[in-house]
Design a protein around this ligand. Structure first.
Ligand code: DX5
Ligand code: ZN
Length: 213
């Protein structure tokens, strides 16, 4: 499993040290919230630019924002390797947003909230590099894992196998050793891990353990 740490619950007063403590992970997960798509506001693309100077990780950018099509370029210019936006943010512009991300030379992902049926993604399966299944309501870290995410992963993994689609399956929210194992068994490829990892003393060892769940 690929581990993509979310540093939302980290200490932002010592951000550089916090990011370096997660460097064992191949990926780094950026939770961008705009105060509109979700109530909270986190940071914008300047955070990617800042961390780019100290990290060589794969920048996994999760946009919880309205009108993503207007903003994807900012995140790509700032160093995102993958831009994932929410289906619910603008269901009418999904294909155009995917095409724009691809035309700017990076990978395109889409995310769905816990209450969204995975079947809405069917028209886009051939175009996507990644599908991010939310296993908590987007907006904050530290919530409990919602088990309906596993059915979505199973269905999308089956369909991928059947039609030879290329998308990776990522799960975000409430992931720890136990729920991470369930994600792997369901066919997931990437786990986003926030508060569980940030609360560990030995983060490198925990990342190692999570990658082998
Ligand atoms: C929630 C974010 C997640 C979250 C994960 O809106 O997308 O990435 O921070 O945090 P934990 O692992 O604490 O649920
Ligand atoms: Zn996230």
């Amino acid at each position: 499993m690929i581990v993509s740490p979310s540093f939302l619950s980290a200490d932002f007063d010592s951000l550089e040290t916090e990011i370096l403590s997660l460097s064992k992970a191949e990926w780094l997960h950026f939770d961008v919230m705009d105060g509109k798509f979700v109530p909270a506001t986190t940071y914008d693309e300047t955070m990617l630019k800042r961390i780019k100077t100290i990290s060589k990780q794969f920048f996994d950018c999760h946009l919880m924002i309205v009108e993503p099509i207007k903003h994807v370029q900012e995140y790509i210019d700032a160093g995102a390797d993958l831009v994932t936006f929410h289906y619910e943010a603008d269901p009418d512009s999904v294909k155009q947003t995917i095409d724009l991300i691809h035309s700017l030379g990076v990978k395109a992902g889409i995310s769905i909230k816990p209450a969204t049926d995975w079947q809405v993604l069917k028209p886009y399966l051939n175009d996507l590099d990644l599908i991010l299944i939310m296993s908590v309501e987007p907006g904050k870290g530290g919530q409990g894992f919602l088990f309906n995410s596993l059915d979505k992963i199973r269905n999308l993994a089956d369909l991928r196998e059947k039609h030879k689609y290329r998308y990776l399956l990522e799960v975000d929210g409430g992931v720890n050793f136990e729920t991470g194992k369930l994600v792997r068994e369901a066919g997931g490829d990437i786990i986003v891990v926030g508060s569980f990892l940030i609360n560990q003393k030995d983060r490198s060892q925990t990342i190692e353990g999570l990658s082998r769940v």
